[in-house]
Design a protein around this ligand. Structure first.
Ligand code: ADP
Length: 325
């Protein structure tokens, strides 16, 4: 979102700008400026007003905000066009809706809350206020098989963004959940839209529990939040921007066909590698050693001298004891 008053503050970081100067630059009355300042404050901007000196931007909002997000963004394509909604049924569904009206590569849809967030296999994804509920539209220069590797790249991007910003080391639970000390912190849902041969478009959904008190998620699920882990509230605009930067690198790396490096980086961040695990497919349990993934991201299970490969769509991974991880 374009906001001319905020643009002026950005040109004078940390400084007071007089009401008169803003009024001159934007051809607005002093009363109109005051009104806009009030609405910015409501949106979470801390703005100091001094009768003699004017206005000064003290703090940008921690919650999702289009202007603050664009200020942080360092990508070329991802998120350059972004929309933030107060509430959506699902950001992935909204992204698919926007694709129908011909949407550019890199569009990002975020919602402060989702009422019908989904995980894999249509399972419910709880999405209260304070989380990062985001979908990225991509039209990558990749075959369908290679594009499906983007969900692996997205897992790496989330892990790396959390490390960059907070020094937080989370692991990837195959295929693409992010887990901290046995509790789920984020999920990723990649969906292909329409016929790949025709429009070559996919939506990558990322659901990350950020500024959410743990009690706001159901007690019955093994989940955690950044707030619970770090003990403070983080800046969602900074987090969204850093994540997209990392994701853009992953897209480039895949387009350059750096598959071996993708697999290696994914395996370095994976949980349970080399351990005995349990894979559940259609109610049937398979136990064996989780020895790695194939180039397509299938889980490889070693079992009595044989190798079994499982694809993500159909199975669940549990620890040896049957626990979440
Ligand atoms: P799985 O890890 O079992 O493969 P999915 O990736 O399909 O699951 O994610 C859906 C599941 O995640 C839900 O059934 C629920 O147990 C759990 N869940 C739902 N919302 C959240 C959330 N905000 N944080 C962590 N876990 C969640």
């Amino acid at each position: 979102m374009h906001n001319e008053i905020l643009d002026i503050f950005a040109e004078h970081p940390g400084e007071y700008v007089s009401g008169e100067s803003i009024s001159r630059q934007l051809s607005l009355t002093r009363a109109a400026i005051w009104k806009q300042i009030q609405s910015l404050r409501k949106a979470g901007y801390e703005i100091d007003a001094q009768t003699k000196k004017g206005y000064r931007l003290v703090k940008k909002p921690l919650g999702l905000d289009e202007w603050a997000f664009q200020q942080e963004l360092r990508t070329k394509i991802l998120g350059r066009q972004a929309r933030i909604y107060d509430e959506l049924p699902s950001t992935n569904d909204q992204a698919k809706e926007e694709i129908r009206s011909g949407v550019p590569n890199g569009l990002v849809i975020m919602a402060k809350r989702q009422t019908e967030g989904r995980g894999r296999l249509q399972r419910k994804w709880e999405s209260p206020a304070g989380g990062l509920w985001m979908s990225v539209v991509l039209q990558p220069n990749l075959s369908l098989a290679d594009a499906s590797k983007l969900t692996l790249g997205t897992g790496i991007a989330v892990v790396d963004a959390l490390w960059d910003l907070y020094g937080l080391r989370v692991g990837i639970k195959w295929p693409n959940d992010l887990v901290y000390e046995g509790k789920k912190l984020a999920g990723i849902l990649g969906e292909v839209v329409g016929e790949w041969s025709e429009i070559q478009t996919m939506v990558l959904g990322i659901g990350l529990n950020v500024n959410i008190p743990r009690e706001q998620l159901s007690g019955g699920i093994s989940a955690t939040t950044i707030q619970e882990i770090l003990g403070y509230t983080v800046n969602l605009n900074v987090l969204a921007a850093r994540l997209l930067e990392r994701l853009e690198q992953e897209v480039h790396s895949l387009e350059a066909k750096e598959f071996a490096s993708l697999k290696q980086r994914w395996q370095e961040r994976a949980l349970g590698l080399g351990q005995e695990v349990m894979v559940i497919r259609a109610g049937q349990e398979f136990r064996g050693i989780f020895s790695g993934i194939t180039d397509n991201g299938e889980l490889i299970l070693h079992k009595e001298g044989t190798e079994l490969a499982f694809s993500a769509g159909e199975v669940q991974l549990r620890s040896h004891a049957g626990e979440y991880f």
